[in-house]
Design a protein around this ligand. Structure first.
Ligand code: FMN
Length: 332
């Protein structure tokens, strides 16, 4: 079995080790969504620390899909030079870099976007409380195209991979979850209906990127709310995502957030879900959740529970986490 410091090849991309910096919003971009010097310095510091992959925080694919005023953007071509700065910063340190792209749906607030948010159904969002306008089929076709265009910008800017954000209560998880999707058309109802939009987005993104370019999907392992999306749902849709062209499943969850408030002390709280999905489908998976100890991270890779280990907040505390882990584990 591989160790934490063994490389991993994904669709023509070779990661130097199995440590991932997961996407973490910094709120350091300009009001247009461009990278600031401070934000670039943050990512360069993370790259110097030597992880195998940095997944850059969620970037909005369109103005109505924007979550925060200082959020990173991938919504227009004018942002290409800005995105390139992040790529150059990581590549100068020999670290692979992926861009997460997102549409906030009813997590987008009218104060930020100037309009009523759009979502699956007119029910209050469990976290934002916003009641969205139900998206029309034309809206959905446009959104799939916007995800594809944003992915194309990431690729053009030189990112090594793209991650579609399907988690944490943003638009794609709003469609996936029975709690926020009460639609009676083909985009609602059973699991296949509720997962139609995510699959359409992945299909459009893959068509834009062409074959042979790594595509990640952040998939909820559970909504963590009664009556919501479950691990069984995740296991069921995982093969659909793989068939649609996804190469790596990055497992997190929580419709009302990423679960930090509730289970934050349980080490590796999404690792078990990621492993179940891996076991059932053979997918390459990322496991995350309060991972701080190199020994734990190494063990879950060695035991084959997950392929990649994401270390989030601990990297914010110590950007050299991977280097220090290498020393602690005596890896060369
Ligand atoms: C400040 C902060 C911002 C985050 N922003 C994002 C984000 O943009 N996209 C995402 O998928 N997850 C986001 N997350 C969740 C992390 O990617 C990760 O799943 C979570 O922090 C759990 O990992 P940890 O316990 O190692 O920190 C964020 C987490 C934090 C702490």
């Amino acid at each position: 079995m591989p160790t934490l410091f063994d490389p991993l090849a994904i669709q023509g991309l070779t990661l130097g080790n199995r440590i991932v910096v997961p996407p973490m919003g910094t709120q350091l971009s300009t009001p247009e969504g461009a990278v600031t010097d401070r934000q670039l310095a943050h990512y360069v510091a993370l790259a110097k620390g030597g992880p195998g992959l940095i997944i850059v925080e969620h970037a909005y694919v369109s103005l109505p899909g924007r979550y925060r005023t200082k959020q990173l953007g991938a919504w227009q071509d004018a942002l290409l030079p800005s995105l390139r700065r992040l790529v150059e910063g990581a590549h100068a340190e020999g670290v692979a870099i992926c861009l997460q792209i997102n549409h906030a749906g009813s997590m987008a607030s009218p104060e930020v976007t100037g309009q009523q948010p759009l979502g699956a159904s007119p029910v209050p969002h469990p976290r934002s409380g916003n009641v969205p306008r139900p998206a029309s089929k034309d809206d959905l076709a446009e959104i799939a195209q916007q995800f594809a265009d944003a992915a194309g910008r990431a690729q053009a800017a030189g990112f090594d991979a793209v991650e579609v954000h399907g988690c944490h209560g943003y638009l794609l998880s709003q469609f996936s979850s029975p709690l926020t999707n009460r639609r009676e058309d083909e985009y609602g109802g059973d699991l296949a209906g509720r997962f139609r939009l995510p699959l359409a987005v992945v299909g459009a993104v893959r068509a834009k990127l062409g074959p042979g370019y790594p595509l990640f999907y952040r998939l909820p392992g559970d909504d963590m709310l009664a009556g919501g999306w479950t691990l069984a749902d995740a296991v069921a849709v995982a093969p659909w995502l793989l068939a649609a062209g996804v190469n790596v499943l990055d497992i997190s969850g929580g419709l009302g957030g990423d679960g930090r408030g509730r289970l934050e002390d349980r080490v590796g709280w999404w690792v078990e879900a990621a492993h179940r999905i891996k076991e059932a489908t053979g997918a390459v998976v990322v496991g995350v959740g309060r991972i701080t100890e190199p020994g734990y991270a190494d063990r879950v890779v060695r035991e084959g529970l997950v392929d990649l280990v994401a270390v989030g907040r601990e990297h914010l505390k110590n950007p050299n986490w991977a280097k220090d882990a290498r020393r602690e584990l005596g890896a060369n």
